[in-house]
Every structure is written in C-alpha cells, then in structure tokens.
Design a protein around this ligand. Structure first.
Ligand code: PLP
Length: 344
C-alpha cells in the first residue's frame, strides 16, 4: 500500500543499482587496490560518536590548509550531495555523462535537473553550460573534475567562467583529485565565495568507511550543518580514517601504484586492436571499442569485471586500475578476446 501513496517522483525513480556480480578481478567500481591491514576495535560502542568529528575535521583542515569550520563531513560524499540538495534545492545542473548520484538525488527531491551534454572531446561545452545558466539559473552546479566516467579534468577557464556567471553554488567534486596531474581548485575558494569543493576517502583505499567531505565558506557550511543528521559519521569510521590519514602509508601506496599502473595499463590498452583508450587523471580508464557489450561479457567469463558504460557513452567501458597482477591479467584476457575476434 505504501507504493500507492509514495510521491510520484519517487515511484518513477530507478534505484541506484549496486548489484554484486561475483568475480575474481574486480575493476568496475573505481575502488583503490589496497586497504588497511589491521582492523581496529578500540571503539566505545555504548557511546554516541563525536557529532562534530572534531579530530578528523581538524586533521583534514591542516592537510588541506583550510579551517576546520570550513569542512562538513558526510557518510560518503553521496550524503554531502544529499545535504546540498536538501538545503538548497534546484534547479540542479551538471554535465552528462557524469557521476549519476547528482541526478538521482535531485530526482528524489523532485527538483528540476539541467543535464548538459559534454562536448565531443568530453570536456565541458562552455557555450551550452553558460547558456543553461542564463536560462535555468541553477542554484547548484555539480562538476566532477576529474570526471567519472570519462577520466579527464575539465577546462579550468570554463569552470572559472561558470563561477563568475552563476548566482548559485558551484560544487567541484574532486573525488579523483589525488590521482590527477592538475592542482586542486581549493586555493581559488578565497576568490569565489560560491565555490565549494567535495572530496572523499573512498577512492584512495577507504571506501568501506564512508567518509566524504565538503569544503567551503564558513557561513555556508553552517547552513548545511542544519540539515546534517547528528552522528552521521560513526566512531569506527572517524577513528579509522584519522588513523589512516595520520599514518598515510596505505593512501600513498594506492596513489603511487595507481598512477604508475595507469600509465602501463594505458599503453597496454592502446596496443590492443580496435580499442581506443582515453587519457585519464583518475584511477580508471575509459575505453571505446566495437562490440563493447560482447567484450564486457567475455571478460566476465574470464572472471574479470569492468563497468559497462554503453548506456551513457556509445561503445564505452570503464576499467578501474587494479593491482599490477590484476592489470596484467586484464590485458592478457583483452588480447585473447580481441585476437579471437580478429581471426573471424
Ligand atoms: C565515487 C564517487 C563519489 C562517491 O563517493 P562516496 O564518498 O563513496 O560517496 C563522488 N563523486 C564521484 C565523482 C565519484 O566517482
């Protein structure tokens, strides 16, 4: 009976599918290849978490050279997107294809979404974006840079232009910044009060903890804190994240390995017949090929799971950079599959 009274925009929504497909080599979700060794268990389970996660926020603030009052934590950056749309509403604008949660969460609130297609070179279409800002006056613009699933960073001049013309908030989602060749946009926050930067620990080896955060002007962060539910980041996550950041080794190892392996994987991919690999600033590589769906299925027969992107980008698949041995296995399997195709 709930289904009959649920809001129409929710009934029409397709739930985010995080289906688990059994596989030996998992390269579909942009996770980092290495995690923490030791589990930590010195949590006082009878007590509520620190509602403000003071120690973790202070550590992040020092790391990023901002104030602790400029940071709000989320149960993953997904929750930050939720906070932003709860507090601000729409229209919500974003380029497409991009990270799907901007659109999904906007739809759960029933606010107007303004998806603007990327240009042919997969960068922001400056003209179309600026035109859409004039026409729809979005209160929120989400820019994933580096972008998921394309892997490239967006043109900085276009981002700045959007910051200038937009009367709403521009959120630059730097989920993949640790893997990027370009500097973070964080230093520009002093010039543009409508610039907010989102980060996550999920792509550098701590996805299980669900820790994401947003950096921005103090008075804006204060407003967002009003919609954040108390204790949204649990004690085990706060402690483990702080421990991992203080030690730094696992995160560093992921970043170093992924950047080296991304280069090797990219070169390997470009050598495979009929496969085009796009340059990446992230921990994954987008490829384009004919028979993408068949290739995806054949890899899975070999126990290797990558991400099918054909519904949003014609002929495209997204491959997360894994451990060296996993990447080697992927390249080997790809060569075999493509070799067989070419014989026919
Ligand atoms: C994976 C991803 C996130 C989600 O991060 P969580 O902190 O795990 O919720 C956010 N933005 C982009 C662009 C991503 O690819």
């Amino acid at each position: 009976m709930l289904k009959e009274i649920v809001k129409p925009n929710i009934r029409e929504l397709k739930a985010y599918s995080a289906v688990e497909i059994p596989c030996k080599v998992k390269l579909d979700a942009n996770e980092a290849p290495y995690g923490l060794d030791a589990a930590m268990s010195d949590v006082e389970t009878n007590r509520y978490p620190d509602p403000e996660a003071k120690a973790l926020r202070q550590h992040l603030a020092r790391m990023l050279d901002v104030g602790a009052e400029n940071i709000i934590l989320g149960n993953g950056s997904d929750e930050i997107i939720y906070h932003l749309i709860t507090a601000i509403g729409g229209p919500v604008m974003y380029p497409v294809p991009t990270f799907v949660m901007y659109g999904i969460i906007a739809q759960t609130f029933g606010v107007v979404t303004v998806p603007v297609p990327l240009s042919d070179d997969l960068d922001l279409d400056a003209g179309a974006m600026l035109e859409a800002v004039q026409k729809y006056e979005p209160k929120l613009i989400f820019l994933s840079s580096p972008n998921n699933p394309t892997g490239n960073s967006f043109n900085l001049e276009t981002i700045i232009e959007l910051l200038r013309v937009s009367r709403g908030v521009v959120v630059v989602d730097e989920a993949y910044q640790p893997y990027s060749t370009r500097p973070s946009i964080i230093p520009m926050m002093s010039q543009y009060k409508n610039l907010y930067v989102m980060r996550t620990l999920s792509k550098v080896g701590l996805a299980a903890l669900r820790v994401g955060f947003l950096i921005g002007e103090e008075e804006g962060i204060e407003e967002l804190n009003k919609v954040r539910l108390p204790y949204n980041v649990n004690t085990a996550s706060q402690r483990t994240a702080l421990m991992a950041l203080t030690d730094g080794r696992v995160i560093e190892q992921n970043i170093t390995t992924v950047i080296e392996e991304r280069q090797r994987l990219f070169e390997g991919l470009t050598r495979i017949n009929g496969v085009t690999a796009y340059p990446s600033d992230a921990n994954f590589i987008l490829i384009k090929t004919d028979n993408a769906k068949t290739l995806h299925a054949r890899l899975l027969q070999n126990g290797i799971l990558i991400k099918d992107m054909t519904s949003v980008l014609y002929g495209c698949l997204r491959i997360t950079v894994g451990r060296p041995e996993e990447n080697t296995e992927l390249l080997k399997a790809l060569e075999e599959v493509r070799g067989q195709n070419n014989e026919r």
